[in-house]
Design a protein around this ligand. Structure first.
Ligand code: PMT
Length: 224
C-alpha cells in the first residue's frame, strides 16, 4: 500500500488516440502518442493512488508498472465502455486521450476493393465520453483536456461548462513543444471560476504532477 497525497484514491486515466475502423486494414485516428496520459498515470501512482490506465493506440508501450492496471481499447465506443465500467468507484478521472468525434457509419468486414475514381465515407458522431460522465457525476472529480489550434481559452471554458468538468487542461497544439507527440507541453488549467494554473513549456511529467497536485488538494478539501 502506498502513501502520498492520493493514497486510497482511485484514479482512472485515458491515453492515446482512438482507432475507428473503415475495414480490417484501414482506420481513422489522430496524432496522440499517449505520452501525456502515461505521464499522468505514473504521477498518480507516485502520489499513492490506485491507478487504471485505459489506453487506445499509442506510439510507445504504456508504462510497465505492476501497480498500474492497464486496459487496452481501440475505438471511442470501447473507451466509453471501459471508462463507464470503472466509473462507480472512481475518485478522479482524467481524459487525456484524443477521442474521435466521428467514426465511419459502416466498418467493412473485409478489405474494401479499389473501384471508382472517388469514394465517399459517411461518418457518424461518436458518444462524447466526458459529456456522458459529466451528466452522471456524483462524487467523482472530472478532468478533461482541450486540444485546440487557437482560441484555446474560449473553447476550453466552453468544454468545462458543457461537459460539467471540475478542471480543464487546455493545450494549444499548434504551438511548438505543446500537444501531440512531444515530451513537453504548455498548458493552462481552468475551473468554473477561471484560470487556476498557467504553465510555460515544461515536461509532460511536470504537467502531470502539477495537475494531480491541484486535483489532490481539491479532492481532499471536499472531504473536510
Ligand atoms: O498523447 P500525446 O501525444 O502526449 O498528446 C497529448 C494530447 C494533445 C492528446 C493531450 O494533451 C490532449 O489534449 N488530449 C485531449 C485531446 C482531445 O481529444 O481534445 P478535444 O478538445 O477534442 O476533446 C476534449 C475532451 O473531451 C478531451 O478530454 C477528450 O478526451 C474528451 N472527449 C472528446 C470526444 C469524445 N467523443 N469523447 C471525449 O471524452
Amino acid at each position: 500500500k502506498k502513501s502520498g497525497p492520493l493514497a486510497g484514491k482511485k484514479v482512472v486515466v485515458t491515453a492515446g488516440g482512438t482507432v475507428e475502423r473503415i475495414d480490417p486494414v484501414r482506420y481513422i485516428s489522430n496524432d496522440s502518442s499517449g505520452k501525456m496520459g502515461f505521464a499522468l498515470a505514473r504521477a498518480a501512482r507516485a502520489m499513492g493512488a490506485q491507478v487504471t490506465l485505459i489506453a487506445a493506440r499509442t506510439d510507445e508501450a504504456p508504462p510497465r508498472d505492476a501497480d498500474i492496471e492497464l486496459v487496452r481499447v481501440e475505438s471511442a465506443q470501447d473507451m466509453y465502455e471501459a471508462v463507464t465500467d470503472r466509473w462507480a468507484d472512481c475518485d478522479i478521472l482524467i481524459k487525456a486521450a484524443a477521442v474521435a468525434d466521428y467514426r465511419p457509419r459502416h466498418s467493412a468486414e473485409s478489405k474494401i476493393k479499389k473501384s471508382g475514381d472517388t469514394m465517399t465515407l459517411e461518418l457518424v458522431k461518436t458518444t462524447d465520453i466526458l459529456e456522458s460522465l459529466g451528466k452522471m457525476k456524483d462524487k467523482q472529480f472530472l478532468i478533461g483536456f482541450a486540444a485546440e489550434t487557437g482560441n484555446a481559452e474560449y473553447y476550453a471554458k466552453d468544454k468545462l461548462v458543457r461537459k460539467n468538468l471540475d478542471l480543464i487542461v487546455a493545450n494549444d497544439v499548434a504551438v511548438e513543444g505543446a500537444g501531440f507527440g512531444t515530451d513537453t507541453n504548455i498548458v493552462s488549467v481552468y475551473d468554473a471560476n477561471g484560470l487556476v494554473l498557467d504553465l510555460p513549456l515544461v515536461s509532460k511529467d511536470e504537467v502531470a504532477r502539477r495537475v494531480l497536485q491541484l486535483a489532490a488538494e481539491r479532492v481532499a478539501g471536499a472531504l473536510l
